[in-house]
Design a protein around this ligand. Structure first.
Ligand code: TA6
Length: 256
């Protein structure tokens, strides 16, 4: 739900002061696991947005210390009648978190059944920034993206990303590392990834933040920015029987 390496005076992964920690409710902040679909379900309007993984119980299957002193934790999604009713496939979903001066997360889908299935997914990470008007994101110049604000339009990124309003973009066909440049906090956050060909960049801005109501009054939304390593839209992933697919992120900070 948050991450603050010892070298940092404030968290790198943000948690809303109005986050609601209730069973079945997604947490506003941290790293929501969006799986086995990102966004609305393709056909079932009653199924939860961003899949069910982030609102069902997980169990700890392994924990330990890394040689460099980091802590390792592996969680496994617990299947149930409910999950099987929304996802009729035999599979496991594990999340390995290695937390220390860097934060590494490995989201592993294993198809233990007899038929292929297709997933879309994201580690929907909320990063702590000084102010949305003072940061930029580099690394996606030249990439195609679906602009989700006011519909869905395919565009191409020109240079760095700066923010002047609601921004909700799915960059496609890119394995690129992104960097959040934060002049006021004098820090860079590097967002490296593998097993991911999409990156979502999102800020709700004023009106959507008001509607959502859990980003922290009066303008907690200004202190966060989502850069989500994902596989979505053109980059959904087919997982054949007996195979494993892993999406990996690694976050680190650097002084600016
Ligand atoms: O990843 C961006 C997005 O899809 C936005 O459109 C916004 O809905 C955000 O996710 C948060 O979604 P949530 O279901 O957590 O409220």
């Amino acid at each position: 739900m948050t991450w603050q390496p010892r070298s940092q005076a404030i968290p790198v992964v943000w948690l809303s002061r109005d986050a609601k920690l209730a069973a079945g409710k997604s947490i506003r902040g941290g790293v929501p696991v969006c799986w086995p679909w990102l966004g609305a379900h393709a056909s079932e309007a009653t199924f939860p947005g961003h899949g069910y993984a982030r609102t069902v119980p997980w169990q700890v299957v392994e924990s330990g210390n890394e040689p460099n002193g980091a802590t390792r934790l592996t969680l496994r999604l617990v299947e149930s009648e409910k999950t099987r009713s929304q996802w009729p496939y035999t599979c496991t979903l594990d999340l390995t978190i290695i937390i220390g001066e860097t934060l590494r997360m490995e989201l592993t889908t294993e198809n233990t059944g007899k038929s292929d299935f297709v997933i879309s997914e994201a580690l929907h990470t909320y990063f702590r920034i000084s102010d949305i008007g003072a940061v930029s994101v580099s690394g996606l110049a030249g990439c195609d993206y679906w602009d989700k604000v006011g519909g869905s339009t395919l565009k191409k990124q020109d240079g760095i990303i700066q923010f002047e309003g609601e921004t909700d973009r799915v960059y496609i066909n890119t394995g690129a590392e992104c960097t959040i440049e934060d002049d006021r906090l004098k820090r860079r956050i590097r967002v490296a990834k593998s097993g991911s060909l999409s990156t979502v960049v999102w800020t709700p801005w004023t009106a959507k933040a008001e509607r959502m109501g859990d980003l922290g009054k009066p303008d907690g939304w200004r202190e966060m920015l989502c850069v989500e390593s994902s596989n979505a839209i053109d980059n959904t992933v087919n997982v054949p029987p007996g195979t494993v697919h892993t999406l990996i992120v690694e976050y680190r900070t650097e002084p600016l």
